[in-house]
Design a protein around this ligand. Structure first.
Ligand code: PMP
Length: 355
């Protein structure tokens, strides 16, 4: 058995994978594969409707918001957010907490004036800046809720005079969020929601149509809303597997229940990192992510042999991102606490062997 700590595409529940595999051969007894039926068939329309309903229910999306399943990943949303929300000649505020935030900033500059309200770039993004002012004349404030590469997470959302736009790619559905506090939430699916290929967008309807821009149909949230996420052929398989994963989450007790499990997984792992003299954490303690736990070996010579030990134990995907080094244990929703204990045991065994 493998313990999949990969950062993304990340671990999915085993039963979801089994159901998805079966649907590829024979979808719900239709004698046809899910991959070869019309997206406008009643069978697929039911899948899409169920997936949308689950998002609304699990994330308590209030009325006045539209839920969309789009393509192009979170990286496309880096451009579509300003395209749809930043008026011609307007200004947007951005918080820079990592490479993904920097990429969002780069795209926003195509559409208007970008003000970086704070950045932790100088310290290689080891913390989330907190004392910054949000310009009241900005169209929105954009930030990344969880910085997948650096293992930092915004633990308390900011009170803001302008709508919040948030990239939740790596912590969506991992904790309770008050959607009403946000103007726009987007997330590539491939960590907690499903496979790569579909991107979730939750947008407050009243913010749309105010930019004075001409927006091509596929890039226009309003066209996608009007088309019910089916303006063109949607990524049927990714939506189906997302629906299964959200159903799995619901059966587990929903976001509130998984938030508690995630907090326990994170706590026991950070406790070991802090206790074990062979390892140390990377992120500022108060900003530590409950999704991506980044740590390094105190002795750089221990990097390789620890990875080797992990490999022997079936622990995979634990090598840190090249810009941080060390190790990154991604402990997404579908990763069981047992896998976390396997990693902790490996850390203890390593310390014992090398003392
Ligand atoms: N934002 C965050 C926080 C991410 O972790 C990632 C991918 N790991 C992205 C954006 C980019 O997503 P995509 O590859 O779906 O464009």
């Amino acid at each position: 058995m493998k313990h999949n700590f990969g950062a993304g595409p990340g671990i999915l529940p085993h039963e979801v994978l089994k159901q998805a595999a079966a649907a590829v051969v024979d979808f719900n007894g239709t004698g046809l594969s899910l991959l070869e039926i019309s997206h406008r068939s009643p069978e697929f329309e039911a899948v899409l409707a169920e997936a949308l309903k689950l998002v609304k229910e699990l994330f308590s999306v209030p009325d006045g918001y539209s839920i969309l399943f789009l393509q192009g990943g979170a990286s496309t949303q880096f451009a579509l957010a300003p395209y749809n929300l930043l008026p011609e000649g307007g200004k947007a505020a951005y918080l820079e907490t990592g490479v993904w935030a920097s990429k969002a900033i780069k795209e926003a500059k195509f559409f208007g004036d970008v003000q970086i309200v704070a950045s932790s770039k100088e310290s290689n993004f080891t913390f989330i800046p907190k004392d910054f002012e949000i310009p009241a004349d900005a169209a929105y404030l954009h930030f990344t809720s969880n910085n997948t590469i650096y293992g930092t997470q915004v633990q308390k959302f900011f009170p803001s005079p302008v709508p919040l736009v948030c990239d939740m790619s790596s912590d969506i559905f991992s904790r309770k969020v008050n959607v009403a506090d946000f103007g726009l939430i987007y997330a590539g699916a491939q960590k907690n929601m499903g496979p790569a290929g579909v991107t979730l967008v939750i947008v407050k309807d009243e913010l749309l149509g105010k930019t004075n821009r001409k927006i091509p149909s596929m890039f226009n949230y309003q066209t996608q809303i009007d088309g019910g996420s089916m303006y063109n052929t949607p990524p049927v398989f990714a939506i189906y597997v997302s629906m299964l994963t959200l159903n799995w989450l619901k059966a587990k007790g929903g976001v509130e229940a998984i938030e508690k499990e995630n907090a326990t997984k994170a706590r026991v792992l950070y406790e070991e990192i802090d206790r074990n003299p062979f390892f140390k954490g990377v992120a500022a303690t108060e900003d530590r992510s409950h999704m991506n736990v980044c740590f390094v070996a105190e002795n750089p010579d221990h990097q390789k042999p620890f990875l080797q030990l992990c490999d022997e134990k079936g622990i995979v995907g634990i090598k840190g991102h090249r810009s941080v080094g060390g190790f990154r244990a991604s402990i997404y929703n579908a990763l069981s606490i047992n896998s976390v204990y396997v990693l902790i045991d490996a850390m203890r065994e390593f310390a014992e062997k090398n003392k």
